[in-house]
Ligand binder design. Structure first.
Ligand code: PXG
Length: 280
């Protein structure tokens, strides 16, 4: 395994960064989880645009151009002889001192890790996953805009931990007002009466690239998509519901908080999965 750090490739054992890197000390940095299918990076421009937007939000100057990053992503795939892969792009604040002040970090660290990635949920794509609502609420934009994909994922990790004792596969997070937000690493969709519903762009959630792809697929299939505030009642009473993300792709949900979902995997969900397989 060859890992890219600041323009050079290192073996896994030698791929190390400083304990003074503020990415490690404070979660001060941004990242992207990206997929390559048959040698081609899916949603390349969207991922690159999103990491630059996240960096701008935290006032971090990525020390490479968009084109240079794209090239480095492909070089990392090549160095690992990978065609189908999960690619993690990380830009941290870089090495500084023990104080918070990011001005003490003169050079951001750029890391790219590429690894083989199969189906994240194994045989659950046909059975569906079990989801619980986390008591941990999604961070509101008054505190931190979670549309920026930053290295601080503790909010999501706390929600994920809640799934352990109850043997659920994923946690659904609500916003501070109680509206449905997203999963810990994926967006949520509900199908009701032939129509698709998903939390609106204004919600405390990441604007997923898979979410956008699914919305485009639905529109091409002439299925109406409505973005608006969603409640748990609507999720429990869905005809079908599924989550979307780079790692999980499109995963049907069979149960939410002990409520069985009417249809899993549902007809519309299956249609969308089929179309997604064609474009990925
Ligand atoms: N919400 C959150 C909070 C995410 O982190 C998504 C939605 C889906 O977005 P995309 O653009 O991927 O469709 C994400 C992204 C993991 C993992 O290990 C998950 C993500 C990123 C990196 C790793 O499960 N999810």
């Amino acid at each position: 395994m060859k890992i890219y750090i600041d323009g050079k490739f290192y073996d896994k054992e030698d791929a190390k960064i400083s304990v003074f890197d503020h990415g490690f000390l404070y979660g001060d940095g941004v990242f992207e989880g990206i997929r390559a299918y048959n040698g081609k990076i899916f949603g390349m421009d969207e991922h690159i645009d999103r990491i630059f937007a996240s960096a701008q939000y935290i006032k971090l100057q990525i020390p490479m151009t968009k084109e240079e990053i794209k090239e480095a992503l492909y070089k990392t795939l090549e160095a690992n002889a990978l065609k189908d892969a999960y690619v993690r792009l990380v830009v941290s604040r870089g090495v500084g001192d023990l104080g918070l002040d990011p001005r003490k970090c003169p050079k951001p660290t750029v890391i790219i890790i590429a690894t083989y990635w199969g189906a994240m949920y194994g045989d659950l794509y046909s059975k569906g996953i079990k989801v619980i609502t986390a008591s941990t609420r999604r961070i509101p934009p008054q505190c931190l805009d979670v549309k920026a994909k930053t290295l601080n994922y503790l909010n999501n990790i706390l929600a994920k931990i809640e799934t352990f004792d109850v043997r659920a596969d994923e946690a659904l997070m609500l916003d501070v007002d109680g509206f449905v937000s997203e999963g810990t690493g994926d967006n949520i969709f509900v199908v009701k009466g032939g129509k698709i519903l998903t939390p609106s762009a204004g919600s405390s959630m990441l604007l997923g690239i898979t979410r956008k792809a699914v919305m485009d697929i639905a529109k091409n299939l002439n299925i109406e998509v409505e973005e608006r505030k969603l409640t748990l009642l609507e999720v429990y009473n869905a005809d079908e519901t599924f989550m979307t993300g780079t790692a999980a792709e499109i995963i049907p949900i069979r149960e939410v908080d002990g409520r069985k979902i009417k249809s899993c995997p549902g007809e519309i969900t299956m249609k969308i999965i089929e179309e997604f397989k064609k474009i990925r």
